[in-house]
Design a binder for this molecule. Sequence first.
Ligand code: NAP
Length: 353
Amino acid sequence: MLLSGLLLPGPLQTPYPSLPPISAASLRPRAATLRRAGGGGGGGGTVPRRRLEVRALDAAQPFDHESRASDLLERRSKLKIAIIGFGNFGQFLAQTFARQGHTLLAHSRSDYSDAAHSLGVSFFRDPHDLCEEHPDVVLLATSILSTDAVLHSLPIQRLRRNTLFVDVLSVKEFPKNLFLQVLPPDFDILCTHPMFGPESGKDSWTGLPFVYEKVRIGDANGRAERCQRFLDIFEREGCRMVEMSCTDHDENAAEIQFLTHTVGRILAKLDLKPTPINTKGYETLLNLVENTCSDSFELYNGLFMYNKNSTELLDRLDAAFDSLKKELFANLHDILRKQLFESAQSSLERASN
Ligand code: NAP
């Protein structure tokens, strides 16, 4: 440990920051000299006895070896990420990526230069220019329905040979198969689904689920490490990291996500309004409408069209609603029938008396 910032009494103190730091080893003989000069052993000499003491530790200086090493480590942990599809969700992710110090590039069908500028993101109208920047990661945040066309329109031949491709689509089997078909074998593939959005994740991502499958990550040249650095972004925010196959994700997501969005959109059709006697349950319904309808209809449509489990879920929802209605009407019929027959019986009895 260097003692360059020790405040040393008297002649040992060095006021010149440019001088090389003084090591503990180099101080030892001088301290011994001082002890002797101070009459060590209580001999009553004329030079007053002065003790070496640590009064302040220095802050790391940019020229320190440790400081340079930690800078290098910090730089190495940062990624150059290109976001393709800079709409609602792309911009939401960019805020956190930028806060964590990653270099961000973006491209979208619409011109988001101003929004990008305010987030510290370099916006490229032409995807050729973006690809020539050789990002470490290309992240697709396009609508599910447009992903195929967008991926085919990218000049991937301009990228580095082993770029990592990531998607954040809310369905997973579809982008996995698409990437495997379209991307050259040298490209790495990570399929992810951050299961939260600009509404549910606006304050914090702590505890929110992040699902991923490492579909294809090569062994060579730190490719596994690059993938881990990308995952670390979400881990650092406190997400609940769930490694799961794309197939299992879609099975689960039909129930969790498509069902939630469908119920929210059915309720939205009722045009529910707050009342002076709102219950907690009713407020939950109002929130559900707000949360689900703030996402685009295109997103919801994508959940239906690109998850084969969604059709079955709609059928089950239909059947459940029918069965519930049957139960209610059967009860109602029982009561009406009872009333009808009982009143007919009592009229007969009254007539015979
Ligand atoms: P979205 O409506 O699903 O997608 C909007 C994005 O798709 C915009 O960047 C838009 O580009 C692009 N796009 C739409 N049609 C296009 C076309 N024909 N050609 C090129 N680009 C097109 O809304 P989103 O909420 O931003 O979601 C983006 C992705 O993130 C989706 O795959 C979604 O499943 C996923 N995701 C969303 C959430 C969420 O809470 N919102 C959560 C997790 C995952 P322009 O804006 O430039 O037109």
